[in-house]
Design a protein around this ligand. Sequence first.
Ligand code: HEM
Ligand SMILES: CCOC(=O)c1cnc2ccccc2c1N
Length: 289
Amino acid sequence: GLNVAIPNKSKSIKDYQNVYNDIAEKIREEDEFDNYIGYGPILVRIAWHSSGTFDKNNMTGGSFGGTMRFKKEINDPSNAGLKQADEFLAPIYKKHSWISHGDLYTLAGVTAVQEAQGPKIPWRPGRVDQPENTTPENGRLPDATGDSSYVRNYFGRFGFNDTEIVALIGAHCLGKTHLENSGFEGPWGAASNVFSNEFFVNLLNENWKLQKNAAGNEQYDSPKGYMMLPADFALRQDNKFLKLVKAYANDQDLFFNDFAKAYVKLLESGIHFPADQKPFIFKTLDEQE
Ligand code: HEM
Ligand SMILES: CCOC(=O)c1cnc2ccccc2c1N
């Protein structure tokens, strides 16, 4: 059923900005992770994966219950590599254990985007931890080998349109794939921890070649060492998706605006917030100097 957010009346934006700052400072402090990419990208991914179990057809899953904290969900093969994000957040939770896990995972994703020089992501607290037996079954996250109709159909489960789908996948400007996690590898050297429209620029302009990687999976590789998943490349293979890819490659502000809206919708999927609950917009560390 629908999850109703219960904001903690005793907490204000100041309290959540403190949690944001602790996460942001820890990202800066532990900068050597994953060959100096840092923790930002996997914090964006754990926020997306804890929300990506949502299914509007039966109103199950989504970020509300914080069930990513349970073995059944974090051990989903689709979540390979995310234990490191959960471990990164454990001391933050220890210090601020008044926060729910659902709020912590999504706030971490908001912090990571903003600290990577991405757009401001308005965020609302009020997710309430649910018991282990409410953990959704494995297999609700997308398959990297899907084509454009697979991708459109998958995100249709959330009620997302083409604009929201293409904008969201633009988060692949961050981080990289790891053969030991997903069976895909790269981009080598080029992996970034700065949020930008680079994913769309590369998708359009690189000379892509479909080839088998060391795990025997097909992926698109470019002479510069970039890579695209088949599901990334699918955005070039559909006329409506391609139009959006071009728009974002040519206008980073448009991408930032559309991404912020779609990311909020993803992180809040399946949750009803009180009509009068205004979202918080956090300052970056640089803005608080
Ligand atoms: C068709 C939809 C999608 C597919 C098939 C997909 C698949 C993948 C795969 C296979 C990886 C590599 C994981 C690893 O090997 O470590 C990855 C990484 C990543 N994904 Fe996606 N993804 C999708 C959508 C999204 C969305 C909607 C977001 C966020 C809004 C996102 C954010 C990320 C980030 C930030 C990384 C890098 C993580 C790291 O550097 O460890 N992805 N994705
Ligand atoms: C801007 C250069 O990055 C890329 O072209 C790129 C492409 N697909 C990805 C898929 C999953 C994770 C990271 C990815 C990524 N960093």
